[in-house]
Design a binder for this molecule. Structure first.
Ligand SMILES: [Cu+2]
Length: 448
């Protein structure tokens, strides 16, 4: 089976927030999936395809995702990046796992435009590796006009000589995370993308890998960043590469290209201090005949108010570290504890967290359910202001973030998004609690 994960332009942007209900049935089931012509792999899929269907909705819509579990083991779905109620977050602290043969209905409003994704949040090292993930695109009322939009979901798979999923790689894989040599874009091994000369395309890129960092290059050409994991930045930023750790997304505009160009969509060499990768190809872009362009990328995309001053005082330390374990290989720790329970946070109280990576390798920090702003990395402010839910924390470094717990009390989680590290203990549960004054006021827009 194959599916087309690209879609044509969306020129008819809504002028008002939508309030429709978008209903999607997702059946988690094993299926044969063709990763290249004639090359089929037994995957775990949503609706028989890898990635699962791209879910599309508009800001203000209510998303109803009806999960049916036809796997032989329990599963759940996490909607990565969506500011939803705690009960819909898909973790095992907020819902029982969905047993084989059972169903579960997720229902929540989508308040923010951006490029998000959904994936299994149970036995993730296996379930996500085998294909249980998909993109989730939420459109706002005022989207830039582009000639074409594509969703590119990147992944890598580790296969054995028979072309089946390789078995768990023991202590080494538990330590470094699982990386494979089969690189996929939208479930296809190093596919060809055809673009028209003279046009500008918007690419929403998701890194769904267990552990691979993608240092994205579009044939070493310049491209513009429109948004990060938390939606638009303030103004397009031109770059020639961007680092996407596991779990992260980037929204870019590429082109125009010239007819006949062949461009390699690559991950540049990157050393995350757990195995260095050389430059590797994810896809080949072939530029065909010229088409007229009607793309209009505005100079300003939105305004982002800084949540905290640069001299904001840290009110929580989150220390990421590891230690050797004779029983398990490597234990991954938050504040010196595996599967940590962190202190509650109170609705409306600004959080300034210092995420310290005391280990020798990179870890991508992911906060469930809330966006944060990076204040500084080792004391240096980032190049541009952004909302995000995932940030890379380099070894022996400090990343300070600011975030505001809006009125969505309940149990939440943060963790390293290298799935083997998450499973190995580098995660924490914490509660968002109300004070008496907080009452039950509506969700404020901490995020415009
Ligand atoms: Cu990690």
């Amino acid at each position: 089976m194959r599916a087309d994960h690209s879609f044509a332009e969306h020129p008819h942007a809504a002028s008002e927030p939508s309030q429709s209900e978008v209903v999607i049935d997702l059946e988690a089931r094993a299926a044969d999936w063709e990763i290249a012509p004639g090359r089929t792999l037994r995957c775990w899929t949503y609706n028989g395809q890898v990635p699962g269907p791209t879910i599309e909705a508009r800001v203000g819509d209510t998303l109803v995702v009806r999960l049916k579990n036809s796997l032989d083991e329990p599963t759940t779905i996490h909607f990565h990046g969506i500011r939803l109620p705690s009960a819909m977050d898909g973790t095992q602290v907020v819902q029982p796992t969905v047993a084989p043969g059972e169903s579960f209905e997720y229902r929540f409003m989508v308040p923010d435009a951006g490029t998000f994704w959904y994936h299994s949040h149970h036995n993730e090292t296996v379930q996500v590796e085998r294909g249980l993930y998909g993109a989730l695109v939420i459109r706002g009322v005022d989207e830039p006009v582009v000639d074409r939009e594509r969703v590119l979901v990147l992944d890598d798979m580790k296969l054995n000589r028979k072309g089946e999923f390789a078995k768990f790689g023991g202590w080494v894989e538990q330590h470094t995370g699982r990386e494979g040599d089969v690189r996929l874009v939208n479930g296809q091994s190093e596919p060809e993308l055809r673009v028209s000369a003279g046009q500008m395309e918007r690419w929403r890129i998701v890194n769904a890998s267990n552990a691979r960092y993608v240092r994205l290059s579009v044939g070493d050409r310049r491209f513009s960043i429109l948004g990060t994991s938390g939606g638009f930045i303030e103004a397009p930023v031109e770059v020639s590469e961007v680092l996407l750790p596991p779990g992260d997304r980037i929204d870019i505009v590429v082109g125009p290209f010239a007819e006949g160009e062949v461009i390699s969509l690559d991950s540049l060499a990157y050393d995350r201090h757990a195995g260095k990768r050389n430059r590797e190809r994810f896809a080949t872009v072939r530029v065909g005949t010229a088409e007229r362009s009607s793309a209009m990328i505005p100079d300003r995309l939105r305004t982002i108010e800084p949540l905290a001053p640069n001299n904001a005082v840290t009110n929580r330390l989150v220390k990421l570290s590891e230690r050797l374990s004779i029983k398990r290989g490597t234990d991954f720790l938050i504040n010196d504890e595996m599967h940590h329970t962190d202190k509650p946070v109170t609705v409306g109280e600004l959080q300034i967290w210092d995420i310290e990576n005391a280990s020798h390798m990179d870890h991508p920090f992911h906060l469930h359910g809330f966006f944060f702003q990076v204040i500084d990395v080792n004391g240096v402010a980032p190049a541009f202001l952004a909302w995000q839910d995932t940030v890379n924390v380099p070894p022996k470094s400090h990343v300070r973030i600011a975030w505001m717990p809006d009125d969505r009390p309940g149990l939440w989680m943060y963790h390293c998004h290298i799935l083997e590290h998450h499973a190995g203990g580098m995660m924490a549960n914490f509660e968002v609690v109300r004070t008496a004054e907080t009452g039950s006021k509506a969700m404020p827009s901490c995020h415009t």
